[in-house]
Design a protein. Structure first.
Length: 260
């Protein structure tokens, strides 16, 4: 039972986030904000969230889960390396949500390693979090972002400054970042449709209605026969005639069905 049901509902409606995905977390965050800023009650804070986009964005930053790292689910990138050659160039790829950039930069590195030149593909990346997008643009990372990688990877594509790793400009300039709340209409720059979309580890945080809405939006952004990569526990909401899982299953790739 939530302590702050009205705020939770507003969050569900505006950002799709299901309180059940991170039990107790939203209650703890709201309680801290109400105490620190001396709001009299939940409604006083809720009214402010409704009136002020800045307040809402700041609240969102508190509840979003930005967890990501380079080459998360390595089998997806192995699969990408082989699958990408079947598309006509320039290949269009979208990473959403991209968080702090590790995912779209892993896609860029995969294409470079597969021998693609910069003008043979376009990678867009989007997220609702200003904080994550700022970090993505800076492309400076710490050891935590390299969980599944060997040291050689960092040496090849990053410059080490103390404890930080700065991504080289040759990779950094291959990705264009955009702010987008996926439950709203996609911004004009995310057009035309994509050949490949990475949409990983967001559906798990959404309630059912938001999941269906998001799948419909993603379907509209993906070409027929295009590839959709999801997270390891996210195939459920895709079960429809529109997406077929592809082997190997641990790549978590799905193909959008051709027109019937
Ligand atoms: C766990 S990270 C996933 C990052 C990456 N795709 C991965 O799998 O490593 C989840 C991201 O979803 C973003 N997010 C949450 N709700 C969103 C929304 N409604 N629209 C766009 N991004 C959202 C968060 O800001 C966060 O960066």
């Amino acid at each position: 039972m939530s302590l702050y049901p009205a705020i939770e509902n507003f969050l569900k409606e505006c950002a799709g986030i299901s309180p059940n995905s991170t039990p107790g977390m939203i209650d703890r965050i709201v309680k801290r904000i109400l105490d620190d800023r001396k709001f009299r009650n939940e409604n006083e804070y809720l009214n402010l969230l409704k009136e002020s986009q800045t307040e809402f964005d700041a609240f969102l930053e508190e509840v979003l889960v930005p967890e990501t790292w380079f080459f998360r689910y390595p089998a997806s990138f192995e699969f990408l390396k082989h699958a990408v050659v079947t598309f006509r160039k320039p290949i269009r790829i979208l990473s959403v949500p991209c968080s702090s950039g590790e995912e779209p930069y892993s896609i860029a590195i995969t294409l470079v390693q597969a021998g693609f030149l910069a003008d043979q593909f376009k990678i867009d990346a989007a997220d609702v979090s200003d904080r994550a997008l700022e970090k993505a643009e800076q492309a400076t990372y710490r050891k935590n972002s390299f969980r599944e990688q060997e040291q050689t990877f960092a040496q090849q594509y990053f410059m080490k400054h103390g404890t930080e790793f700065q991504l080289k400009d040759s990779i950094r300039r291959l990705v264009t970042f955009t702010k987008w709340n996926v439950l709203q209409r996609p911004p004009a720059q995310l057009r035309p449709a994509y050949d490949i979309i990475f949409c990983r580890n967001l559906l798990i945080y959404f309630h059912k209605t938001a999941q269906s809405k998001m799948v419909t939006i993603i379907e509209g952004l993906l070409n027929r026969n295009g590839l959709l990569f999801v997270g390891h526990a996210e195939a459920g909401p895709l079960i429809s005639n529109s997406f077929q899982p592809i082997e190997p299953l641990k790549a978590f790739a799905h193909c959008r069905a051709p027109a019937s």
